[in-house]
Design a protein around this ligand. Sequence first.
Ligand SMILES: Nc1ncnc2c1ncn2[C@@H]1O[C@H](COP(=O)(O)OP(=O)(O)OP(=O)(O)O)[C@@H](O)[C@H]1O
Ligand SMILES: O=C(O)C1=C[C@@H](O)[C@@H](O)[C@H](O)C1
Ligand SMILES: [Mg+2]
Length: 174
Amino acid sequence: MTQPIFLVGARGCGKTTIGKALAKALGYAFVDTDHWLLESTRMTVAEIVESEGWPGFRARETQALKSVTAPSTLVATGGGMVLAAENRQFMREKGAVIYLQVEPEELARRLEAFPEEGQRPTLTGKPVSQEISEVLADREPLYRQAAHHVINAARSPEQVVAAILAALRLAQAS
Ligand SMILES: Nc1ncnc2c1ncn2[C@@H]1O[C@H](COP(=O)(O)OP(=O)(O)OP(=O)(O)O)[C@@H](O)[C@H]1O
Ligand SMILES: O=C(O)C1=C[C@@H](O)[C@@H](O)[C@H](O)C1
Ligand SMILES: [Mg+2]
């Protein structure tokens, strides 16, 4: 298997954490679009949004997705990558898209423990747990539209990686 793999899902669902472990298991290169933007612009998400607004960040995110997509590459996307229909279509056509599904209460626990505010500036100005529930309710249909596989990611990273490998193998066999 050499097709690119894209991980999508809410902030804190584990795209970066699981992506690194999954890339290792598959012998794939690992790229994170948020990290790629940080390296290429030398600006955090918060700084890009401060100077260019969310539309500026979203445009850069689409460019990042196209730049990093390559064979044998695992792409951990930003939580809002699925907002653009163009991005959803691109990922579905180019590779296998995996939605890491986690309930808002668990997302809130993870993000409160590791806020990383430079990379996760507020989206709504509301308190974190309220923002997580509201944003997820809006985006859940988009994550599902984009995904070939929906994986329960409220488990240990080892269990999540094993579940993804099983889903990819089953898909290959069919
Ligand atoms: N399966 C898991 N079980 C417990 N904690 C986890 C799990 N996956 C990730 N975490 C923790 O949750 C936090 C957020 O994870 P991570 O940064 O991988 O999420 P993300 O989906 O990449 O978020 P973002 O969209 O903001 O980039 C990290 O501190 C990570 O250690
Ligand atoms: O959920 C979102 O919209 C975001 C998630 C992060 O991964 C970053 O891409 C950025 O903070 C926006
Ligand atoms: Mg991430």
